[in-house]
Design a protein around this ligand. Sequence first.
Ligand SMILES: Nc1ncnc2c1ncn2[C@@H]1O[C@H](COP(=O)(O)OP(=O)(O)OP(=O)(O)O)[C@@H](O)[C@H]1O
Length: 266
Amino acid sequence: MADDCVIRVTGLKKSFPKGKEVLHVLKGINMEIRPGEVIGYLGSNGAGKSTTVKIMCGLLEDFEGKVDVLGYDVRENDIEVKKRIGYIPENAVMYEHLTPMEYLEFIGAMYGLDQKEVNRKADELLSLFEMRENRDERMVNFSKGMKQKVHIISGLLHNPEVIFMDEPLNGLDANAVIIVKEVIARLAKEGKTIFYCSHLMDVVEKIASRVILINEGTIIANGSVRELMEEAETSSLEGLFTKLIGATGQSEKAEQIVNAFENRES
Ligand SMILES: Nc1ncnc2c1ncn2[C@@H]1O[C@H](COP(=O)(O)OP(=O)(O)OP(=O)(O)O)[C@@H](O)[C@H]1O
């Protein structure tokens, strides 16, 4: 790497066609991320978090600006980037007719890993997630959380230097959430860089060394949880979020929704 940035994003813009119009999702994102940082990338539904991550992982082309990951330009060297990163997507497609072990062997083979080593690691990680006894069952009947655990393992199997997680706790039970949070903390200690997307503030508040907040396609806050809360004079990330994006009136909205269900006037 030419410098100590693991991820450098400069002037990132992305639009999608929407009927006859154009939806401008990312309107000029800039960020620099260093080794060992755990970034909490926050924003409301539809803010553009997954779009940013997909571009960083080399999964979406046709964007404006420049994105470098581990010193590689993702536009020109997406294969080199993909070899070195782990990506745990929000809604991944998996081969459900395989067993977790078969699936993980397949993923390991794609990364050119030694099969014995894959089996050993997969066994260890499946046990950690209390799925050792499911290792040879077809995944088609697995619950959402069980599939998510297999996704998390598959994203970490090749020991990537940078890990992108898009809402990784989706569907996980309380115990698995604790394990994933602990895994994130340990990976960061080992010097891995983690880019964690979520709209769940409480988790981000606990695990992130830095928070980047995106709203309507631009970054509106970037700093440690403490710095940002001090600046905004609030005591929680939720308070900060509400203050910055002006999302007030949630309790009134909740009341209107309940009233609408019950056909009452608010
Ligand atoms: N392939 C696509 N074609 C058209 N529009 C898209 C496409 N992908 C995303 N969008 C739109 O871009 C916007 C941002 O989507 P994105 O998935 O990045 O948001 P997000 O912040 O990850 O949201 P969430 O928290 O709900 O997952 C949304 O309005 C979405 O509908």
